[in-house]
Design a protein around this ligand. Structure first.
Ligand code: 13P
Length: 287
């Protein structure tokens, strides 16, 4: 059964570890992540971007697929199905479709509007027992080949959004989505520390988990990060394993073409990446 992400993240914050959010794109990714979580006895959050939701034909299909897999794979660890970087409208769509958690990314609005919309969505999500993440300070990333620097959130704005009753907060601390540029300045632990001082027990979220060195991940966890999002790293390991399989000519063996065999090495690579992250984040055995 799907669960809200609140309880698993409150426990993670209190226990000084983080739960991984791994983004899904199709059946193979979802199955690989769920099986790894079960094998590691770790709670897990499946992230769905609006684009991935559309690709998988819509949020109802995603909910049906994940619920079916939890039952038929015998998954007993806590699993949350979470909208990643949702717009206002799509948060409502996911709340209706049966997601157990949503992120409202109002970071591009003026703070007053971010606060007003977040407040409304908190009420809508909580009325259905769904957890909600909000964002303050935009998280950089690559757009049209240019890598934007991650902004640092204003700790007072974080406090204002935290006070709306959200369940966890994504605050920009210089982190970015995708690969980090050579000249990346690193995470701002000073900002993270100031945010935690003001927001207390609220679990904090670190986006852009791909490519952050292990020591920085551990330090971020020690300063209140209880959820870490990983997407690009699974994409890279999936692509590399698939490429290797094709370049070795293995896709031509046997019947010549079998989509299940073609996608299997990529799925195995995702399992290895997810396991490595769960070990680094400290969530193994915490289900
Ligand atoms: P990466 O793609 O950098 O791993 O970031 C994932 C993320 O933060 C999704 O919200």
């Amino acid at each position: 059964m799907l669960v809200s992400a609140k309880e698993m993240l409150d426990k993670a914050k209190a226990g000084h570890y983080a739960v991984g959010q791994f983004n899904i794109n199709n059946l193979e990714w979802t199955k690989a992540i769920l099986q790894t979580a079960q094998e590691c006895n770790s709670p897990v959050i499946l992230g769905v971007s609006e684009g991935a939701g559309k690709y998988m034909t819509g949020y109802k299909t995603v909910v049906g697929m994940v619920n079916g897999m939890i039952e038929e794979l015998g998954i007993t660890v806590p699993v949350a199905l979470h909208l990643d970087h949702g717009s206002y409208d799509h948060c409502y769509k996911c709340i209706e479709a049966g997601f157990s958690s949503v992120m409202f990314d109002g970071s591009h609005y003026p703070i007053e509007e971010n606060v007003a919309k977040t407040k409304e969505l908190v009420a809508a999500a909580h009325a259905k027992g769904i957890s909600i993440e909000a964002e303050v300070g935009s998280i950089g990333g690559e757009e049209d080949g240019v890598v934007g620097a991650g902004e640092c959130a204003d700790p007072n704005e974080c406090k204002a959004v935290a006070d709306l009753g959200i369940d966890f907060l994504a605050a920009g601390i210089g982190n970015i989505h995708g690969k980090y540029p050579e000249n990346w300045a690193g995470l701002s632990f000073e900002t993270l520390d100031a945010i935690q001082q003001l927001t207390g027990d609220l679990p904090l979220v670190l986006h852009g988990g791909t490519g952050i060195p292990a020591d920085m991940i551990k330090k971020a966890i020690s300063l209140g990060v209880a959820k870490i999002n990983v997407n690009t790293e699974c994409q890279l390991s999936f692509a590399a394993a698939t490429r290797e399989y094709i370049e070795a000519g293995k896709d031509k063996e046997g019947k010549g073409f079998d989509p299940r065999k073609l996608l299997a090495p990529g799925a195995e690579a995702i399992k290895a990446t997810v396991k490595e992250k769960m070990e680094l984040f400290g969530s193994v055995g915490k289900a």
